[in-house]
Write a protein that binds this ligand. Structure first.
Ligand SMILES: C[S@@+](CC[C@H](N)C(=O)[O-])C[C@H]1O[C@@H](n2cnc3c(N)ncnc32)[C@H](O)[C@@H]1O
Length: 239
């Protein structure tokens, strides 16, 4: 007798609680999405011929917009589930004539899985939902499998910048990434990360921001060629 197992549901890092959009926002979405939205068919091409910064869970897009405007040489791609935020940022992109931003609507775990290897120059994860209760920790976005996917899509030398004001989450990520062979710690510091409403809210509660930055090692670094631990990298592993 064969026993059919039900497919396991993926644990999600978000809960859909969004109120329906008002008519004006629906019209803005329909008008602006063809201009700024990236369809699933394009994910695998990201980073093929330009430098890409991926902002995961951009919320209202405050940081995305500010950073993209200050850095027009690179293409910024924001990933978000929350349509109100998508509409808000598209309106701002149009008003401020910003042309180096594309948006993806969807679950970042599926989006990242659709991106080709070693194509992204920087991944930003700012103020991800902290899921403070122990029984919800499994919902945190940055866990080992997702981290492995981020290592896969980053180019050698690329950066992961993670920021939170939830100290236990910062500790968890520092430890997870610290143990990951593909990353090495870069300088800690906010760099030019803009302050967003989530940070302002935390500041009022007395929470300090913590920025963690990690650099994607090259295959040679991971396998110790630099340090002489091994004499050659298997050719199939060269990126
Ligand atoms: C606390 S907000 C932070 C927003 C923004 N990064 C900032 O610093 O202002 C976290 C955002 O992550 C989004 N999010 C959570 N899980 C996600 C997922 N799996 N894929 C895409 N977005 C996600 C949520 O919808 C929410 O807007």
């Amino acid at each position: 007798m064969t026993v059919e197992l039900a497919p396991r549901r993926r644990v999600r890092s978000f809960v859909r609680r969004e109120r329906p959009l008002k008519a004006g926002a629906i019209a803005a979405y329909d008008r602006l999405w063809p201009r700024f939205g990236l369809s699933e068919a394009t994910w695998a091409d990201l980073g093929r011929d330009q430098e890409v910064v991926l902002d995961i869970g951009f919320g209202d897009g405050e940081a995305l917009l500010t950073m993209a405007k200050a850095d027009p040489r690179r293409h910024y791609v924001g990933v978000e589930m929350y349509r109100t935020g998508i509409v808000k940022v598209m309106r701002a992109l149009e008003e401020q004539s910003v042309s180096n931003v594309g948006l993806i609507e969807g679950d970042a775990q599926a989006v990242v899985a659709g991106i080709a290897d070693a194509r992204i120059d920087m991944v930003l994860i700012f103020y991800p939902d902290p899921w403070p209760k122990a029984r919800h920790h499994k919902r945190r976005l940055v866990r080992s499998p997702f981290l492995a996917e981020i290592a896969r899509i980053l180019r050698p030398g690329g950066l992961l910048h993670f920021a939170t004001d939830w100290a236990p989450y910062a500790e968890e990520v520092a430890s997870l990434v610290g143990q990951h062979p593909d990353f090495r710690e870069n300088s800690e510091g906010r760099g030019d990360r803009p302050v967003t409403r989530f940070e302002r809210r935390g500041q009022k509660l007395g929470h300090d921001a913590r920025d963690l930055r990690f650099q994607r090692r090259s295959v040679e670094q991971t396998y110790g060629v630099e340090t002489g631990l091994v004499s050659a990298v298997p050719p199939v592993l060269k990126t």
